[in-house]
Ligand binder design. Structure first.
Ligand SMILES: [Zn+2]
Length: 80
């Protein structure tokens, strides 16, 4: 039997992982699964064409993102 809630959560998270999270100066990148703010950045390439990409992993021990060692991308767009 399929648990629809789990499927919906999975779809939402998969979409976030694919598209990338929004990076804000207030909260950094927010984990799409557990909601933890300012999740750890492990890679941060240089700004390119007014866009900064960062790669993150969640450090919350009980978060599936952490348990499965998944990374998420965040996108910050220059404000001017
Ligand atoms: Zn998390």
């Amino acid at each position: 039997m399929v648990n629809n809630d789990a499927v919906n959560i999975y779809i939402a998270v998969a979409e976030k992982i694919k598209e990338g999270l929004e990076y804000t100066s207030q909260f950094g990148a927010v984990c799409p699964l557990c909601g933890q703010t300012r999740i750890r950045t492990y890679s941060s390439p240089k700004w390119k064409d007014g866009v900064k990409i960062r790669y993150h992993r969640c450090s919350n021990d009980s978060c599936l993102l952490n348990i499965f060692n998944l990374s998420v991308k965040s996108i910050e767009i220059a404000e001017n």
